[in-house]
Design a protein around this ligand. Structure first.
Ligand SMILES: Nc1nc2c(ncn2[C@@H]2O[C@H](COP(=O)(O)OP(=O)(O)OP(=O)(O)O)[C@@H](O)[C@H]2O)c(=O)[nH]1
Length: 364
């Protein structure tokens, strides 16, 4: 199904009720102005106005006034309101043009305005439907009215304008909407690429910092507890030297897969530097759980076997810090320091700031 395109290029989601109410008031104002025009014409123009036309204008004014309540309450569903308004507007206008072409000719553009208004409120479908309906009615009205029969080219021009202008506006609006969608899609793809590590497919540093900020905010609001882990591979330079850069890349990808498989889907994994990974482990609030998870990760990484390089062994050092009220910079700095403490203490271990406890041993 094709998406509805609104004929308002300035806004993605225009306030339909606001637009509809605006057009309802506009209809009432125009109808009142037209009634005044007839009065002026009658008094100064010394031209008699037929009772049918007076009745028709009174009917239109009543409809315009009642429609304010219909829209404000609202008494009908939008679809029904749209269809009823199109029917009443276009029928009454075409009838008026048929009844007294000479008097009504100055507002030959009113059916076009109705179609454009329908497009603004309900989308291009309604603009096209309203203009097609108006053109059909005008064709009947003009071909059966002596006044319009005497002006066949003008009548044909009015009918053409009634169809072509709203359709042209609808096509333009659809074109603009397609262009805007395309720009939004590209912007989303660009944003995703700017936050993704091309080697491993997980978040990069920028993406990780954004995710960390978001999670820290949730923690501040007491919605969730989480811990930050910074994990750096031990002696990765030697892995690179032995297996070449491509071999090193394969290890980085294997570590990423291993971390993803060891963590929950709600947790976040990122490669935030050459051989450094960031992890946000959610729903962890005590030292025991955090340290159990860190030990599990160390064990999983130790078990990694890289295809084509069976001798390669990988270990890592981890710093752990709960996401607390401290600033992100301080959080990252402290966790990084803990990770380097683990390295200095002999690698393949973690250090946690929960209670400044040091773990030098892997989970048994
Ligand atoms: N294959 C590969 N290697 C990388 C990439 N980015 C950084 N490196 C390498 O990763 C290594 C990181 O080394 P360091 O973390 O400084 O040191 P280390 O050998 O891991 O030693 P410790 O961290 O002290 O345990 C360097 O040799 C970098 O050249 C990458 O995208 N792919």
């Amino acid at each position: 199904m094709r998406p509805t395109v609104y004929m308002n290029p300035a806004k993605l989601e225009p306030s339909r009720s606001g637009l509809e109410m605006g057009l309802v008031v506009y209809r009432l104002c125009m109808a009142s102005l037209f009634a005044f025009y007839l009065l002026v014409f009658h008094v100064w123009g010394k031209r008699s106005i037929g009772t049918e036309l007076i009745a028709l204008v009174a009917l239109y004014l009543a409809y315009a006034a009642v429609w304010i309540a219909v829209v404000r309450l609202p008494l009908l569903r939008l679809k029904t309101r749209m269809r009823t308004a199109i029917f009443l507007d276009q029928t009454l206008l075409a009838f008026a043009l048929w009844l007294d072409g000479e008097l009504i000719a100055p507002i030959f553009w009113a059916p076009i305005a109705v179609s454009l208004g329908c497009g603004l409120i309900g989308g291009t479908f309604y603009a096209k439907a309203a203009s097609a309906y108006a053109a059909a009615l005008l064709t009947i009205a003009f071909s059966t009215s002596p006044f319009w029969q005497s002006l066949p080219l003008i009548a044909a021009g009015i009918i053409l304008a009634t169809v072509l202008l709203p359709w042209h506006a609808a096509l333009l609006a659809e074109h603009i909407a397609r262009g805007r969608k395309d720009i939004q899609r590209r912007a989303a793809a660009f944003e995703l690429a700017s936050k993704t590590d091309s080697l491993t497919g997980v978040l990069n540093r920028a993406g990780f910092l954004a995710a960390l900020e978001e999670q820290a905010e949730k923690c501040r609001q007491g919605q969730a507890a989480a811990v930050l882990m910074l994990l750096d591979l031990d002696g990765f330079k030697a892995v690179n030297d032995a297996g070449g850069h491509a071999g090193g890349d394969a290890v980085l990808r294997a570590v990423t897969r291993c971390l993803q498989q060891s963590l929950r889907a709600s947790d976040k994994v990122a490669r935030i530097g050459g051989d450094e990974f960031g992890i946000i482990a959610c729903n962890i609030s005590d030292a025991g759980d955090a340290e159990w998870l860190a030990a599990k990760l160390l064990q999983a990484i130790e078990g990694i076997r890289v295809e084509g390089s069976p001798d390669v062994r990988v270990t890592a050092s981890i710093g752990i810090h709960p996401l607390s009220a401290i600033s992100l910079d301080a959080l990252l700095e402290t966790t990084d320091r803990l990770m380097y403490e683990a390295k200095r203490a002999g690698k393949n271990q973690f250090r946690s700031s929960f209670d400044q406890r040091v773990s030098g041993a892997l989970m048994a």
